[in-house]
Each structure stands twice: as C-alpha cells, then as structure tokens.
Design a protein around this ligand. Sequence first.
Ligand SMILES: NC(=O)C1=CN([C@@H]2O[C@H](COP(=O)(O)OP(=O)(O)OC[C@H]3O[C@@H](n4cnc5c(N)ncnc54)[C@H](O)[C@@H]3O)[C@@H](O)[C@H]2O)[C@@H](O)CC1
Ligand SMILES: Nc1ncnc2c1ncn2[C@@H]1O[C@H](COP(=O)(O)OP(=O)(O)O)[C@@H](O)[C@H]1O
Ligand SMILES: [K+]
Length: 450
Amino acid sequence: MSIPPDAPILTGAAMREAEAACAIQGTSLSELMDHAGAAVADTAWRMAAGAPILILCGPGNNGGDGYVAAQMLAERGANARVAALAEPATKLATAARARWNGPVETLDEQTKPAPLIVDALFGVGLSRPLADGLAATLRRFAASRILAVDVPSGADGDGAKDWVPPLPADVTLALGALKPAHVLLPTAAACGRVLLAPIGISANRAMRSLPAIRPAKPRPDAHKFSRGMVLVFAGPMPGAAELTAAAALRAGAGYVVLDGSERAPFAAIIVEGEDKFGERLDDPRVGAVVIGPGFPAGDELLFDVEAVLDSGKPLVLDAAAIAAALPRLSETPCKAILTPHEGEFARTFPQLYGSKIDRAKAAAVRTQAVVVYKGADTIIAAPDGRVAAAWPGSPWLATAGTGDVLAGACGAMLARGGDPFDAAVAAVGWHIARGQAIGPGLVADDLVRA
Ligand SMILES: NC(=O)C1=CN([C@@H]2O[C@H](COP(=O)(O)OP(=O)(O)OC[C@H]3O[C@@H](n4cnc5c(N)ncnc54)[C@H](O)[C@@H]3O)[C@@H](O)[C@H]2O)[C@@H](O)CC1
Ligand SMILES: Nc1ncnc2c1ncn2[C@@H]1O[C@H](COP(=O)(O)OP(=O)(O)O)[C@@H](O)[C@H]1O
Ligand SMILES: [K+]
C-alpha cells in the first residue's frame, strides 16, 4: 500500500468546484474525461503487459472514463472487452460509449473474468452501498489483478460512510486529486497502491497527504537551546513520560527536562521533582510543554493543566490532559497540539459527525488547536482548515507506548518555534519513518533508541 506524498485531497463537492473552475477557464468536462480515460488506459496497458483486459463500466462518468480507456486500449492493440452494468445515464458517458467500437457485454454472474479487470463502475458519485448481487458478482473477480478508476467501486469517496468495496484494488488511479476514501479506513485498505493522474484540474492544497519528510539538519551555529527546550511533566505512571521525554530528545530537541519523575530515560535528560514544575513553566528557554502521558484523569491533572495554560507556553496535550484543557482551550491564546486516539477523541468530542477528516477539522476549530487524530489513518487538522492525512502509516506502531513517543516528538518539533501544524506533520512523519525503519518486533522503547 502506498500513496503519493504531499498530494491534494478533494471531497466530491470540492472536485465539482474544481471541475467548474476548469470549465470557466476553457477546459470542458469532456476534455477532462479524455485525460482521465487516457491515464486509465496507460496504467492498464502497463499492468496488463499484453494479457487480456476486462473493463467494467457503470452508468455515470466513472463508467465514461472506462469507455474512453477501452477505446484507447483497443486502438493500441490491447485485447480489451467491455462489460456494462446499465445504459449510460450521463451525457458524457453516453458520448464516451458511442466512441467505443467494440461490443458491450452485460455485467452479471456469467461474465468471464480476465487477467486484468478495470473497475470503472462507480466513482465519487455513489449514493448508496452496492446491491448484494453486484457485490457477489464483483467478488468472483478477486483472483484477477484489479485497477480501480478513481476509487474502488462501492467506496464512499468522501470517506464519511464505512461502506467496504467488495473488490479491493491492486492499484487505484485517483483522478485529478486524492479523495478522502484513499486515506481513511475502511476504504483506504481496499485501494492498494494509489497513483495520481493529473487530469488538468487545479486542486486546492489545503488538504494533503503527508509530505515526504527529511530530518531537519541543525543549523551550523545551533546550540542546545536554539534547537528547542522541551519540558515534560510526568504523571503517576512515570514510564509513559520517560518515553515522551526520550522521544523529544531523539526527535531533535536540544534540551529536555522531565519533572515529577525519579528516573531519567537518558543521562542527557534533566530530572526534577514535581514541585519544580511551576518554576520551570516560567523558564523563558522552555519552548514547549508536554503533559498527559502517564496521567489518569483527575483533579491533580486539572490543576497542572491549568498551570500550563496560564503559562502561555506552546503545549502538547495527550491522553487525559486533552479533556482537562478543553473548557479553556479555545479562549487561551497559545500554540497547542492535541493528540487523541479514537477513544479519547470520541469521549472529548462526542457530538461531531461526518468523516474522520470532517471531525478532526471540527475539533480543531472548536479548540483552536492542531488536532492529531491518531490511528492507522491518522489525520492532522489545523483550525485554519489545513489537513494532512498520514495513511498508510506503519502498522508496527500499533503497540503500547507509541502514542507517548509521538507526544514527545510533537514537543520537540513545537519547541523549535514554528507553526504547530507543521510541527505536528513533522512529528507524525518522524514517528512513521521510525516505525517503518524498525518494523518487525517494534516496541515503543525502540523508537527512542539510536
Ligand atoms: N469530477 C471530475 O473532475 C471528473 C470526474 N470524472 C469521473 O466521474 C466520476 C464521477 O461521476 P458521476 O458523478 O457521474 O458518478 P459515478 O459514475 O461515480 O456514479 C453515479 C451513477 O451511479 C448511480 N448510482 C449511484 N449509486 C448507485 C448504486 N449504489 N447502485 C447503482 N447505481 C448507483 C447514479 O444514479 C449515477 O447514475 C469520478 O469518480 C471520475 O471517475 C472523470 O470523468 C474526469 C473528470
Ligand atoms: N495500525 C496502525 N497503523 C499505523 N499506526 C498505528 C496503528 N495503530 C496505532 N498506530 C499509531 O500508534 C500510536 C498509538 O498511540 P496510542 O493509541 O496513544 O498508544 P499509547 O497510549 O499506548 O501510547 C499512534 O501514533 C497511532 O497513530
Ligand atoms: K471505480
């Protein structure tokens, strides 16, 4: 599974806006479909490597892309058949079908498979889940190589419904931009390798896949404080905060102080009693405070979170600290990153609806903080509408304590003084890269070792 880095993501509505903007600038919808069909034909040609191809066409413009591709493949000499689910229902699809010179079979349980299947049944216009009969017909093709046009048919392009496409793709060719379905579960897992075909629309880039991240090299004149000083406050379970502090140092902070712990994960980390925490919050060199790892919810945490908010320092709130800070967060002018996992998010923001992207964006607006909504399909959202989607991360990270490590990495990136959204993106990228590099057998401690 893979996804192009730093690629725009558009919802169905945003895609239609982009399409309309193209029309105003003189590129017709039919030209866009020609570009899409050509990209499908190219990819299918390479995937088939001379073997027969069966193109499944639906009634809408996704099917239109399929007919265009079929005709181009046939003109190149490919052995291409077309099977349709229904008559074309749009003007564009009707015109595309009229240009296809070959026969059109009826797609049903008798349809003979081919080594390569091009799934052009439904794209982002799907309005309800696929009928059971069609899903069963599609499952019969599971042994073939599958190229999905735009999204695997049956997926909700906007990723708001958890419909599971019955025929998972080996390759999905996203048209014009990625869609939420490519980066959100359960559909992301059915997309295989996602490729992006630029069809001529200009996409808004507020919402993007995670960029490829290279570790920022310290400036030649760097010193420990200029690289960022992180203050981590340990709760009653100090192991979690030890991971957080170690991660902050490993992720590039120049100086890390761990308050409220008796042990230092590294000799390079300064350990102090919890009574020193208030004083440390006044230390002008502290560039970011991390609180939450190792804290159960409770009065003590509430008191400490209040102190952090009062300090005005950039802060990372994890686990129980998120709910503790919530009542004051939007009124407190500070840079903040929240790192809830699914359970914490649901408890903290129970009234939000829509896709995981919609909910992360709404939580960011409500808190005026950057929200890192964790999981296999982590979403990072800023209050100004920017979104970064981290799918596919590293599944080796699905183990205890890796969230504490991420909080520390967020602290390190935030302590450098930049934009909290960029800091969160860099931290998630760092975390995933470490997860991928370590791989089998990963435990959270490995993420902070050399
Ligand atoms: N937006 C763009 O810029 C472009 C879009 N293109 C293609 O157009 C696609 C979107 O096309 P459409 O909006 O026509 O939508 P689709 O082709 O995705 O499907 C809509 C059609 O399916 C029917 N339908 C919806 N749910 C159904 C269900 N569960 N069972 C049976 N029928 C169902 C609808 O009544 C409608 O006829 C994109 O995914 C892409 O492939 C490309 O042609 C290139 C340009
Ligand atoms: N299947 C997965 N694929 C990729 N990343 C995952 C997966 N499961 C969990 N993660 C990541 O691992 C981390 C787990 O964090 P969290 O649930 O807070 O764990 P803990 O509280 O034990 O530290 C998060 O960064 C999350 O995005
Ligand atoms: K499709």
